[in-house]
Ligand binder design. Sequence first.
Ligand SMILES: CC(C)(COP(=O)(O)OP(=O)(O)OC[C@H]1O[C@@H](n2cnc3c(N)ncnc32)[C@H](O)[C@@H]1OP(=O)(O)O)[C@@H](O)C(=O)NCCC(=O)NCCS
Length: 189
Amino acid sequence: MDTYPKTVRLRATTALLRPLAHGDAEEVLVFARSLPAHDLMFLRRDITKPETVAHWLDEIDQGLALVVIAEIDGRMAGYGMLSLNDLDWSRHLAELRVLVHPDFRETGLGRAMIREVFALAVNRGVEKVIARMTLDQTSARSLFQELGFRPEALHENEVKDRAGKLHDVLRMAVDVQALLARRDSYGLG
Ligand SMILES: CC(C)(COP(=O)(O)OP(=O)(O)OC[C@H]1O[C@@H](n2cnc3c(N)ncnc32)[C@H](O)[C@@H]1OP(=O)(O)O)[C@@H](O)C(=O)NCCC(=O)NCCS
């Protein structure tokens, strides 16, 4: 089961992973407010606002979301989130999202966070995991693809950025049981 805090080894450093807790709101705001405009532009919700962090904590309390934050040298470096579904017909489905601060990219943290949150989904019995990204998020696409996600749909003009420009969104998905079976058959555990 999930044991936190947990240290993960990255290429040249280590990160401490732990679940987001009520006392972390200020740390998340400092993290969010230091993100470049381009990163903030594509967030589903504006995490520079205290209401958004409060909303996350509400969702966590209701069992609708799991949020893991990563710290490197005591500074928040990124987060991974699993949004569970409260719709009856999609109760088998969860969405995985990840964001790493540009100061900590290309360190292996993105890959570690995606795998960490994916493991949380598996532990909770989620049957299908999806991830959504704009087409320019090529690094995200390759990381999800590496884990077994495949493009499933392209939603035209799904996102309007903060400047009002429309962007298409690629939805990637993976069937958890099929993925685990494939890994087993390759002896990957
Ligand atoms: C996606 C994201 C989490 C990756 O974080 P990261 O810490 O840089 O990830 P890692 O260091 O583990 O891996 C990055 C990988 O992408 C690869 N990559 C980087 N730019 C790339 C590009 N333009 N095209 C293809 N692959 C690319 C790197 O080579 C690296 O792979 P490698 O380790 O095999 O060399 C980070 O870029 C991010 O937060 N992006 C903005 C938010 C986002 O796109 N979220 C995903 C949607 S849910």
